[in-house]
Design a protein around this ligand. Structure first.
Ligand code: FAD
Length: 487
C-alpha cells in the first residue's frame, strides 16, 4: 500500500472511531423528550411511572418533632372518622404502589429530616424523611459515613428501612443490621420505641414492613468512619465468580465496598463478569465534591437502551474508564453519594424497572444458567445486571436473606404499553421460578407481577406477617397496593 493511502485510511479510521460513538450519543440525546410528565392534581405515582392513582389528599408532614406528632395524630383520627386509608411515602422509588392507596391519604414524609450525631457512640438520630444524601453530607463534616445503604443515595431513611434495603458494603446484612432503634406512631396515635429489646416484635415487623405497622419517625442508626478507598477491578469468567469473590473480596479484610457486573451484550452473554472493589488505604481522604458531572455517563447508559451497539459501546467505555481509574482514591462518602439521576430515563414512552433475586452461593452458577435462555428470549430490554454479596439478616420478619446470598439486581427498560406489561409479567414469573428452584427469594419493592401463592413459596412467613399486620392494625388503616395484592 502506498504511504499516502495508509495515512488516509488511518485518519478515516480515527474519524470513524470517534464519530460513530459521538453520533450514537447525540442521537440518544436528541431522542429524549426531556420533559417530566406532570402528575395531575389529586393524583400520585411512583418510580415505575405505571401507578398513576387518584388519592384523597397528599399531606406534607412538618419538619419539627412536636408538630409532626400532633399533625399525624389528627390525620389518623380524621382518616378513621372518614373511613380513609393512609399510605406512607418517602422518595417513592418503590415500583408497585407501595406508597399508594386509591382515594386514600398519602403522608409525604420527606420534610421530616432532622439529624443529630452522637460521635462518641457512632449513632446518628435522624428523621425518617431524610434521604441518604442529606445524611452523607452531614456525616462527612464529622468524618463519619453510613454503615449500610443502597447503591444510590436518593432514598429516604424510612423507605429504606421499610423495604430493608441492602447495598454494596462488603459482606454485610441489609440495613436492618445498622438500625439501633426507631420510634413508631401506631394506628391509635401512640408512639412507641422499637429496638431489639423494646417492642421487639414491632421492630422486626416494621423493618421490611412496607409501611403497614405505623409511621416510622425518629431513627437511631449505627454509623462508621469515612475512609479513603482505592479502586480495583478484575475481569473474570462468570464461572469463577464465587471462587474469585472468596479469594479477593471476602479474603481481603481491607476491601470495604464491592459490586460485580455481568456482561449483557450478545457476545458472551452473562459469561464474563467484572468485580469492582474499593480497598482501604493510608492516603488522606479526598473532600466530598459539591456536584458531580454525570451527563456523559448517563448518556452512555441511555445509549444502551434497545441497542446492541450501545451496549457494546457502554461496555468498551466502562472497561476503558476502569483501566484509567484503577488505583484512584475516593472518599467512601463520595462513592456512596450517587443520585438516581445518573441513569435517568428521559423518554416518556418507556420506563426503567428493577428486579432482584437473592441466591445462595451454592446455586450461583445454576441460577445464571437458568436465567440465560429466559433473558435472551424475552422482548423486554435488559440494561444491567449487578451482583452484591448480602449476608444473613437476623432482624427483619419478612426476611429475604435467610442465609448468606448473592443479590442479582436486574434493570430493564419497558415500553409503557399493555403488550410490554404482559411480557414483563411473563418474564418476572419465569425468573422467580428459576430463583425458587435455586432456593432463592425475590425482592418485594418492585412490580406486583407475582401472585399471592407464588409469593408465599418465596416468603414462607408471609401468612403470619399479614396476620400480625391485622393484630397491630385491625382496621387496616395503614394500607397500600402492596398489601392489597399480597395479603
Ligand atoms: C434506581 C433504583 C435503584 C435501587 N437500588 C437499590 C439497591 O441498591 N438496594 C436495595 O435494597 N434497593 C434498591 N432499590 C429499591 C429501593 O431501596 C426501594 O424502592 C426503597 O423503598 C426506596 O426508598 P424510598 O424512600 O423511595 O421508599 P418509598 O418508595 O417511598 O417507600 C417504600 C415503602 O416504605 C414505606 N415507608 C416510607 N417511609 C416510611 C415511614 N417513615 N414509615 C413507615 N413506612 C414508610 C412506604 O409506605 C413503602 O411501603 C432501588 C430502587 C431504584 C428505583
Amino acid at each position: 500500500m502506498k504511504k499516502k493511502h495508509f495515512w488516509v485510511i488511518g485518519i478515516l479510521s480515527v474519524v470513524l472511531f470517534l464519530l460513530v460513538p459521538t453520533f450514537h450519543l447525540l442521537k440518544t440525546k436528541l431522542g429524549e423528550n426531556d420533559q417530566e410528565e406532570a402528575i395531575k392534581q389529586g393524583y400520585t405515582n411512583d418510580a415505575s411511572e405505571l401507578n398513576l392513582t387518584k388519592v384523597d389528599t397528599i399531606i406534607q408532614v412538618p419538619t419539627g418533632k412536636q408538630a409532626i406528632e400532633s399533625q399525624l395524630k389528627s390525620v389518623l383520627k380524621y382518616a378513621k372518622e372518614n373511613k380513609l386509608k393512609i399510605s406512607i411515602a418517602g422518595a417513592k422509588h418503590s415500583m408497585g404502589g407501595h406508597t399508594i392507596y386509591p382515594d386514600g391519604i398519602v403522608l409525604n414524609m420527606l420534610p421530616y429530616k432532622h439529624m443529630e450525631l452522637d460521635a462518641a457512640n457512632n449513632i446518628l438520630t435522624i428523621g425518617s424523611g431524610a434521604k441518604w444524601e442529606d445524611a452523607i453530607k452531614y456525616l462527612d463534616k464529622y468524618g463519619k459515613s453510613i454503615a449500610v445503604m443502597q447503591a444510590f443515595s436518593s432514598f429516604s431513611i424510612g423507605g429504606s428501612i421499610s423495604v430493608n434495603g441492602h447495598g454494596w458494603q462488603k459482606d454485610l446484612p441489609p440495613i436492618s443490621s445498622s438500625v439501633v432503634s426507631f420510634t413508631l406512631m401506631k394506628e391509635n396515635g401512640a408512639i412507641v420505641n422499637c429496638s431489639r429489646t423494646e417492642n421487639q416484635e414491632l421492630f422486626k415487623l416494621a423493618i421490611g414492613g412496607y409501611g403497614l405497622f405505623g409511621v416510622i419517625l425518629d431513627v437511631k442508626l449505627k454509623v462508621v468512619d469515612n475512609l479513603p478507598l482505592q479502586f480495583k477491578y478484575l475481569r473474570l469468567s462468570t464461572k469463577n465468580y464465587v471462587s474469585y469473590y472468596k479469594k479477593y473480596i471476602s479474603g481481603n479484610p481491607d476491601v470495604n465496598l464491592v459490586f460485580g457486573r455481568l456482561k449483557i451484550s450478545d457476545k458472551e452473554f452473562l459469561e464474563e463478569a467484572t468485580l469492582n472493589f474499593f480497598v482501604k488505604t493510608d492516603a488522606p481522604i479526598p473532600p466530598l465534591p459539591n456536584q458531580k458531572s454525570t451527563e456523559t455517563q448517563r448518556l452512555v447508559f441511555r445509549g444502551s437502551v434497545n441497542s446492541e451497539y450501545g451496549k457494546r459501546l457502554r461496555l468498551d467505555l466502562e472497561t476503558g474508564m476502569n483501566k484509567v481509574s484503577r488505583n484512584t482514591i475516593y472518599s467512601r462518602n463520595d462513592l456512596l453519594n450517587d443520585d438516581v439521576s445518573l441513569i435517568e430515563n428521559k423518554d416518556n414512552s418507556s420506563t426503567d424497572l428493577l428486579q432482584e433475586y437473592f441466591i445462595p452461593e451454592r446455586n450461583f452458577n445454576q441460577f445464571i444458567e437458568g436465567m440465560k435462555p429466559i433473558l435472551k428470549e424475552s422482548k423486554i430490554d435488559l440494561l444491567n445486571i449487578t451482583i452484591r454479596g448480602v449476608h444473613q439478616d437476623k432482624d427483619s420478619y419478612l426476611n429475604y436473606a435467610r442465609e448468606n446470598v448473592f443479590g442479582f439486581v436486574l434493570l430493564f427498560n419497558q415500553k409503557k404499553t399493555e403488550e410490554q406489561e404482559q411480557e414483563m409479567k411473563k418474564l418476572t414469573n419465569q425468573l422467580v421460578t428459576v430463583a425458587l428452584k435455586n432456593n432463592g427469594t425475590f425482592y418485594l419493592p418492585y412490580r406486583l407481577h407475582i401472585d399471592r401463592a407464588k409469593m408465599r413459596k418465596s416468603y414462607l412467613q408471609a401468612d403470619s406477617f399479614f396476620q400480625l399486620k391485622r393484630k397491630y392494625d385491625p382496621g387496616e388503616l395503614f394500607n397500600n397496593k402492596f398489601y392489597e395484592h399480597y395479603k
